[in-house]
Design a protein. Structure first.
Length: 381
């Protein structure tokens, strides 16, 4: 397998590449990867196509067992197939979970992945942005703010674990403290763990569901979408160990969305069942890509890099550059399309998706350096 291969995505109806279709801008924004999907997934999909009929499907027991095995081996989570609820994707799952539990007052950390911020607006309920303290280059879980909000009536917290955009892996002790608050204040925890397999070399994911019992009000959202580049294929899961939560979630889903897509299920089973070596190589490659970013942009006066513990997203603090214009706009003019921090609740930041071949990344970094030097910044090398 090669993560160096350049694949032209411009005419492939890709959201990421279509945005700058007719401009010389390298799109490093929305979170999908410019790498070919694992060969084992392609092979499984081709074999399924050979059957010539799709039809309404059922999710096989063996597919669910494959996911449970994965969770056991990679996340130290003990789950049974009956504890899984099938979803069309993670983002709808966040909304359905809050609706199912009839919450009217929810919280989320800020800055955060915009669709998480959006849930309260979608459902027309109260949403509380809980600011995360930044300590020694890492976001800390705002436990005091969570407790305060819970005392004031917050009923649920949408957790992003690992955190997008900060790339933060929540520590087991932070998650234990969060669970204690959940038990004390009857707080529902919905943990979006879509980045749980995209862990930088040397780190490990701590799943909330590894710590939760069948009594706890915890829903964990799981998907192969990010880690195996299967975003857009409609399948994800909610792991809810508590029976009543599971029952309500299933009732909420009934009739509201399609819950099974035969191709998505085949792709997911191949990914979790046979693509662990691919994922481990990917993680090494992403680690090297991060090193390239650090080497090129680290030490630039006015820029602060946050070393991601997980995800393929670099969260870059550009406030020190003192630019009046949004930094993402400046970088776009110089040919690099980044996500704008304001959408995450953090003006002056940009988010760079570094899941692309080295050649693309190097080119993008040179363009960013040009933007900086053009604005009077000295950049080494
Ligand atoms: C934290 C997080 N959750 C969910 C999603 C999207 O998941 P899905 O496509 O399954 O809705 C993303 C995509 O970037 C994400 O970063």
């Amino acid at each position: 397998m090669s993560f160096e291969r350049l694949i032209d995505r411009r005419r492939s109806d890709s959201l990421k590449w279509q945005k700058y279709q007719d401009a010389d801008v390298l799109p490093l924004w929305v979170a999908d990867m410019d790498f070919a999907i694992p060969w084992e997934v392609t092979k499984a999909l081709r074999a399924r196509l050979e059957h010539d009929i799709f039809g309404y499907g059922v999710l096989s027991q063996s597919t669910k067992q494959t996911l449970c095995r994965w969770l056991h081996q990679r996340w130290q989570v003990e789950a049974t197939p009956s504890q899984l609820v099938t979803l069309p994707a993670v983002v709808p799952g966040l909304n359905f979970a809050i609706e199912a539990m009839a919450c009217s007052d929810i919280g989320f950390f800020s800055p955060i992945y915009p669709p998480i911020r959006q849930v309260a607006q979608n459902l027309d309920i109260r949403g509380r942005a809980l600011e995360m303290p930044l300590e020694q280059g890492r976001y800390r879980m705002p436990l005091e703010a969570i407790e305060q909000a819970a005392r004031e009536g917050m009923q649920a917290l949408l957790l992003c674990n690992p955190h997008n955009p900060g790339g933060t892996i929540w520590h087991a002790r932070e998650l234990e403290a969060l669970l204690a608050l959940s038990r004390q204040y009857d707080l529902l925890l919905v943990s979006d763990e879509i980045h749980g397999d995209l862990i930088m070399p040397g780190n490990r994911h701590h799943s909330l569901s590894a710590l939760a019992t069948e009594e706890d009000a915890v829903i964990t959202l799981i998907s192969a979408g990010k880690s195996f580049n299967l975003a857009g294929l409609p399948i994800a899961f909610a792991l809810a160990k508590q029976g009543e939560i599971r029952r309500r979630l299933k009732a909420q889903l009934t009739g509201r969305c399609a819950t099974h897509n035969v191709l998505a299920a085949v792709a997911m089973e191949a990914a979790f069942g046979r693509c662990a070596p691919w994922l481990d190589e990917l993680r090494q490659y992403l680690g090297q890509n991060w090193g390239r970013i650090e080497a090129r942009l680290g030490g630039v006066d006015g820029i602060r890099l946050m070393k991601p513990e997980a995800t393929y997203l670099a969260w870059i603090d550009c406030r020190g550059l003192g630019w009046e214009e949004e930094p993402s706009k400046v970088f776009t003019r110089f040919g690099v399309g980044l996500s704008c921090g304001t959408e995450f609740g953090a003006p002056g930041f940009v988010r760079l998706n570094f899941a692309c071949p080295e050649q693309t990344l190097n080119q993008a970094l040179e363009r960013m350096v040009r933007a900086l030097t053009d604005h009077g910044k000295r950049v080494a090398g």
